[in-house]
Ligand binder design. Structure first.
Ligand SMILES: Cc1ncc(COP(=O)(O)O)c(C=O)c1O
Length: 405
């Protein structure tokens, strides 16, 4: 069946607004996706029907909240094809999930962590800090000129550095390129390393299969998956989660009983989730994942590919405009980042916003290591979602033809 974007748009109440008599065009889904109605409804359900403490209160609200929380964790586990819901740790976002591993994994001095030079700051700074604090070496592998992953360099670095952990992205927020995670994971395991995957950009368009990939840890954020802000997921293989030191301690991590004057800790994942958690947010995420499945990741992938192909062809016709990453839109998923010679990205972004109601992002997009290694000016990034239309891409292209004159 053909993709009916108008039907899809009905599920997103923030979509379809106007400002100053013109439609508002949201092209910043790589930053955060628009929340779907199902995720809003699910949060409302918690607040209006059973706003109780999860896992602590035995009364009716507490029971219903705990039940909804557990079902949500099951849903998230099934979305990731995890072996069990116990492999799912709730965090605030991808950033916290990666920090949790950097802080709580039993690294030893002299261990190495290997990343690419194309990682988001959230998958760079935690490892830099680990290096400064605990002497864990940070090794970076150079990507290719077109921002794709360089497997040969990676294999050489694995051989030479023998890292304890490889931590790398699945899909880039800057150019949309996909890294070959299955090859990366298999080679890392062969070399005795564990692997953490930053899947922040993946849930909309790509099946994340933790068992098929055989990754050891993986992180993503609800707000990039049609869900609410303030919720993230850390997936980890159970025996590895059990090896983590406790990141935070406090209520929710221990049983009621103390033994010999000391608290008795719960198992994982609870012992890694100190304090009252964002139950409505987690329920909202579970509903959002259901929404993604009901539209279909393959359908969304095809839809954004068609938008990207259209936009790429039009924008490449503008003199002085160049695209960062592969020219082939198929390789860039839902992202198109570009520069216009003689114009700053910031001025292009603000003119698009002010003159055409087109919302894109301009800057370095939190990929500081890449810009500091490779150089180059800031970029304007347009990114699409399941609710984006060809007319909205047309609005971007028309405005760019005017602005770049
Ligand atoms: C690839 C990638 N990793 C990590 C993050 C950090 O996500 P969050 O801010 O939700 O923690 C982002 C956010 O843009 C991202 O795109």
């Amino acid at each position: 069946m053909a993709y009916d974007v108008n039907e899809v748009r009905k599920q997103f109440p923030a979509i379809g607004q106007s400002f100053n008599g013109r439609p508002l065009v949201y092209l910043d889904s790589a930053c955060t996706t628009v929340i779907c109605q199902a995720a809003i409804d699910e949060q409302l359900r918690y607040y209006t029907q059973f706003p109780g403490c999860v896992g602590r209160a035995d009364h009716r609200f507490g029971q219903l909240a705990t039940e909804a929380w557990e079902q949500s964790r099951e849903k998230i586990a099934s979305f990731l094809n995890a072996r069990s819901a116990r492999e799912i740790v709730i965090t605030k976002n991808t950033t916290e999930a990666i920090n949790l591993i950097a802080d709580a994994f039993p690294f030893e001095e002299g261990d190495a962590v290997l990343i690419s030079d194309f990682e988001h700051n959230s998958n760079t700074l935690p490892w830099r800090r680990l290096n400064a604090r605990r002497g864990v070496r940070l090794v970076t592998v150079r990507i290719n000129e077109d921002t794709t992953f360089n497997l040969e360099r990676f294999y050489t670095a694995l051989e030479k550095e023998r890292p304890r952990l490889v931590s790398t992205l699945h899909r880039s927020n800057l150019t949309g390129v996909e890294f070959p995670v299955k090859e990366i994971i298999a080679a890392a395991h062969n070399a005795g390393a564990l692997v953490m995957i930053d899947a922040a950009q993946s849930p909309l368009t790509m099946k994340i299969d933790t068992q098929d990939w055989d990754c050891d840890f993986l992180a993503f954020s609800s707000h990039k998956a049609l869900g609410p802000s303030g919720v993230g997921i850390l997936y980890g293989k159970l025996p590895l989660l059990e090896q983590l030191e406790r990141f935070l301690v406090g209520g929710g991590t221990v049983t009621q009983e103390w033994k010999d004057g000391a608290p008795v800790f719960l198992g994982v994942p609870e012992q890694l989730e100190a304090g009252l958690q964002n139950a409505p947010g987690v329920m909202g995420l579970a509903a959002a994942l259901g929404q993604i499945e009901s539209i279909g990741q393959d359908n969304i992938a095809r839809h954004v590919a068609s938008l990207n192909n259209f936009t790429t062809r039009r924008l490449l016709g503008i003199p002085g405009l160049s695209i960062l990453g592969p020219d082939d839109s198929e390789k860039r998923g839902m992202v198109i980042s570009f520069r216009v010679s003689g114009m700053s990205a910031k001025s292009v972004g603000s003119r698009l916003n002010e003159e055409a109601n087109v919302m894109v992002r301009a800057g370095k997009h939190c990929v500081g290591l890449y810009f500091s290694t490779w150089g180059g000016d800031d970029v304007v990034r347009a990114s699409f979602g399941p609710y984006t239309t060809h007319d909205e891409c047309e609005a971007l292209c028309e405005a760019m033809e005017r602005i770049a004159k």
